[in-house]
Design a protein around this ligand. Sequence first.
Ligand SMILES: Cc1cc2nc3c(=O)[nH]c(=O)nc-3n(C[C@H](O)[C@H](O)[C@H](O)COP(=O)(O)OP(=O)(O)OC[C@H]3O[C@@H](n4cnc5c(N)ncnc54)[C@H](O)[C@@H]3O)c2cc1C
Length: 416
Amino acid sequence: MSVEKINTLVVGAGQAGVAMSEHLSLMGVPHVVLERNRIAERWRSERWDSLVANGPAWHDRFPSLKFNGISPDAFAPKERMADYFEEYAAMLKAPVRTGVEVLKVERHVGRPGFKVTTSQGVIEASNVVAATGPFQRPAVPNIVSEQVKVQQLHSSAYKNPGQLAEGAVLVVGAGASGSQIAEELQKAGKTVYLSVGEHYRPPRAYRGRDYCWWLGALGLWDEVRITPKKKHVAFAVSGYDGGKTVDFRRLAHQGITLVGLTKACHNGVMEFEPGLAANVAEGDRAYFDVLRDADAYIEQNGLPFPPEPEAWELLPDPDCLTHPLLSLDLAQAGITTILWATGFKFDFSWLQVNAFDEKGEPFHKRGICAEGGIYFLGLPNLVNRASSFIYGVWHDAKYIADHIVLQNEYMAYEKS
Ligand SMILES: Cc1cc2nc3c(=O)[nH]c(=O)nc-3n(C[C@H](O)[C@H](O)[C@H](O)COP(=O)(O)OP(=O)(O)OC[C@H]3O[C@@H](n4cnc5c(N)ncnc54)[C@H](O)[C@@H]3O)c2cc1C
C-alpha cells in the first residue's frame, strides 16, 4: 500500500496553522494542515462563553482580511474569532484536514524526513511544523487534595457562572483569565476571593490610543529579550465590558476580596503568601511606566493626543490590600468552588524527535530546530513578545516558510 507523502505537514489549525498555510501557499510549498478537532477549536470549546478578544478588531487579525460587521475598535467575541479563522482558511483554500489527530512524529532512519502517524494512517513529510498552541494543557498546582470537598476547575473548563456550585468561589490567578472571570462571577452575585500573584497590568488605553497601539508605537511587541521575571508574570489585560484597564483596587471596591499568592491548603484551610501589597505595587509601577513612556513618545513626536490626567490617579487602597488575609477556612467562608486560572503547560509527547532541551522545553531559534525539518510556531516569546498572539504569529510563520523554501532548494540541488 502506498504511503501519502507531503513536503510540509503542519500540526494544528489554530491561528498559527492557518498563518503557516498562507505563507507556504504563497511560496509554493506543497503542504497539509492536520487538526484533531475543528479550525480554531480552542476559541470554540476551551474558552468561557463571554470571552472577547484581548485586542481590538483592527489589531487582532491577519493582514489579508479585516473583520466584517464589527467596529474596528470593538473586541470580537470568541465565536467571532473562531469564525474569522475559518473564513480565513476558506479564503486561502487552505489544505486543512479536520478531525485528524497527529499521534506520533519520528525521524526516518537512513533517509530524510519524518514518519507521521495520525488517527487516519501514516503520512511521510520532509518537514513538520508544530503549531499546537502556546496554551496546550491546563496547569493546576498540586495544592488542594481531592479529599477537600470543593469543586475544582481550570479556567479552560469554565463556561459561565451557572456552571458553579452554590456558594462562594476562590479564583486563583489574576492574569487576563482570572481577573475577567472573577469580575464576571462577582457581577453574577457570587462572593469572590481573588488570589493575586505577580502580574503586569498595562492601561487598556491612554490618551486616545489602545494599549495594542502603544505596544506597537513603543516597540514593545518587538521586545526580544524578556527578562525571566517578566516572562512568567501574568499579563492582565482584557476586552471585557467594552475594554477596561484591569484594576485590582476597583475589583476590591466592587466587593471582591483580594488575597496573596496561594501557597498551600491544610485541612481545608487555604494559606496565602504575604506579598499581596507588593505585587499590586509592582503592577502599578509597570502601569505608570507605560504612561510615562507614552507621554515621552507623544512629546518627542509632537502628537496632538489629548492629556489624560485621570489615568494617573489610583483608587484608595481597600482593606483587603492593607490588611490581607493570610489564611482562609474554605468551609467557614462558604467557598464551594476553586477556579484555577493558573495557566497552561506544553504537551509535545507526540513529537518524538530531538527538538527539546534537558528540561524537556522546545529547543529552537526563531522556531527552527537543530533537528532539521522540525519547526515550532506560536509559542510564547518564540521570536518576541508578539509570537503567541494573533498579531505576531503571522510574521513568525513567514520566517519559517522562508526557511523551509531554502532547505527545499538545498535538497533539490543536483550537481551539474
Ligand atoms: C483565554 C485566552 C484568551 C486569549 N485571547 C487572545 C486575544 O484576544 N488575542 C490574541 O492575540 N491572543 C489571545 N490569546 C492567545 C492566543 O492567541 C490563543 O491562545 C490562540 O488560540 C493560539 O493560537 P495557536 O494557533 O498558536 O494555538 P491553538 O489555538 O491552541 O491551536 C492549536 C490547534 O492544534 C490542535 N492540536 C493540538 N494537538 C494536536 C495534534 N496532536 N494533532 C492535531 N491537532 C492538534 C488543537 O486542537 C488546536 O486547534 C488568548 C489565550 C487565552 C488562553
